[in-house]
Design a protein. Structure first.
Length: 286
């Protein structure tokens, strides 16, 4: 995980405080945790179709889970940030999200809140220990600690009783029906980009995905493939939050991506398997 070798306990603790710090929003009413809830082992999302910003304006995309984000190929649905440090900067200055006007305001807010001595401890070699960049570095350090563990991990390490028979049927269907083609690797996703509507057109044609960043025709409607770790807790689903339930998401993906109408029993079995990916260790809380 890039940068993790420099993530001291002090840097992680500072990043955690900043992750919950409402002074990083224009009205002092919102933190990173507002849309990516990890308090009390939260799901890493707000379970909203799209998130409400500090000024009560909704964004245009569903908030992805922050759990395991440090392992992803890139950040945001369109991959516009290549790492967590760059990602951490964007919502703070986004007028629809946390809406602070500029970097200097971020620094002033944190000085007023008494953070300067903490930054001097964590970043002693920096000419300016408290800067917009070191704020993002600290938040990223905390986010890299957000790693899930689940029953499927136990199954993969040899505990065959960690999954019940229906979940094993679901795992077989997940592989045999083609879901594993995109949702692969350690996170079952998060490592590639794919067109939404590969086999059949996706109804929402307003969001152009990576095309908005790259301007390449081939990137129209292309989004990062989400990780399925902990997916049972992160609905509603897709970049626009259009799938309200896990079963609907499975059914829709089979049709839009694989040109398949899955039987109800298969959908239930795959759903059961995906629920075995639910994070069960309360490793981080406020």
């Amino acid at each position: 995980m890039p940068g993790s070798e420099n993530d001291s306990p002090e840097k992680v603790a500072l990043g955690k405080a900043l992750f919950f710090e409402t002074a990083l929003s224009i009205n002092n009413n919102q933190s990173c945790n507002s849309c990516h809830d990890v308090s009390g082992n939260g799901p890493g999302v707000d379970n909203e179709t799209t998130s409400l910003g500090a000024t009560k304006i909704r964004g245009d995309r569903n908030s992805p889970s922050v759990w395991n984000a440090g392992f992803h190929i890139a950040q945001f649905w369109d991959g516009r940030s290549l790492d967590l440090i760059d990602q951490a900067k964007k919502p703070i200055l986004n007028p629809v999200e946390m809406a602070l006007p500029d970097e200097s305001t971020v620094v002033k807010r944190l000085i007023d809140e008494g953070y300067k001595p903490l930054f001097q401890i964590v970043f002693p070699d920096n000419e300016e220990p408290l800067s917009f960049h070191t704020v993002a570095q600290a938040i990223a350090a905390f986010e890299r600690t957000l790693i899930t563990n689940d029953r499927f991990d136990d199954y993969l390490t040899g505990n065959l009783s960690a999954l019940d028979e229906q979940e094993k049927e679901g795992l077989s269907a997940f592989i045999n029906e083609g879901c594993f083609g995109c949702h692969n690797g350690a996170l079952l996703g998060g490592s590639s980009f794919q067109k939404m509507g590969l086999a059949n057109p996706y109804p929402n044609t307003l969001d152009l995905g990576r095309f908005s960043i790259t301007k390449l025709e081939a990137h129209k409607y292309v989004f990062k493939v989400p990780s399925l770790r902990d997916v049972s807790r992160t609905g509603p689903y897709f970049h626009d939050g259009s799938a309200k339930t896990l079963e609907q998401a499975i059914s829709d993906m089979a049709w839009y991506q694989l040109n398949k109408k899955l039987p109800e029993e298969t959908i239930k079995n795959i759903s059961a398997f995906l629920q075995s990916l639910e994070h069960y260790h309360n490793t981080e809380s406020k």
